[in-house]
Design a protein around this ligand. Sequence first.
Ligand code: HEC
Length: 206
Amino acid sequence: MTRRLGMAVLAALVLFGGILFYVGYGFYDVGADAPHWEITRKVMETVRNRSIAVRAGRIELPDLEDEQLVLKGAGQYAAMCVNCHLAPEQSDSEIRPGLYPKPPNLSEQRFDPKTVFWVTKHGLKMSGMPAWGLGHDDATIWSIVAFVTKLPGLSAEHYKDMVARAPPDEEMESMDKGDGKKPEKNGKKAGAGMSMPTEQKGEHKH
Ligand code: HEC
């Protein structure tokens, strides 16, 4: 073994030992109230943004203009998202100050619809953003996307009105068994008769 190689192996062992010591003695603070180091934050953000961009890029965008679809999404948003992502003219909620990273205010910030679909369906690891696709079919997720893309710029009054006009919960549940079946085509239900693309399967599992 040359001297150089010996030094490299020694350096690697010291580094590895240091990491083991740091982790083993619990030096790392996992508390959500202890911010990341700047470098950790940058790396995580880049990994997250690239991961979402590549996966969202493969999604086929349906027509999201149907009024019933948007209204269905309003009801879903008010039931599942508003506590973390806020409504127009709402400045904060009970849960938001404690979340790290902080959820974007979706009543002000606009995201690309494919991104909203992918993130809503799959969630984001270690962030508090749930994977809603585990309990909701793609058609329901698209209704949420249809509403979220309309949300920035709505007045508080308009928001409340849309939520009030959303189809009732029982109807949403029967459409929303999470078994991959499309809603019945009786012309009354939100999104009925519309073709909603189902996301391509075959992603890697981690
Ligand atoms: C318990 C809190 C919580 C709930 C409920 C929640 N989210 Fe999130 N969401 C988050 C957090 C935290 C982030 C930020 C994650 C990050 O920055 O890595 C986030 C991020 C997002 C983003 C931004 C993705 C990006 O590219 O930056 C979208 C869009 C989103 N959520 C949509 C939704 C929708 C739609 C719902 C309801 C179906 C929902 N979220 C419910 C916590 C939540």
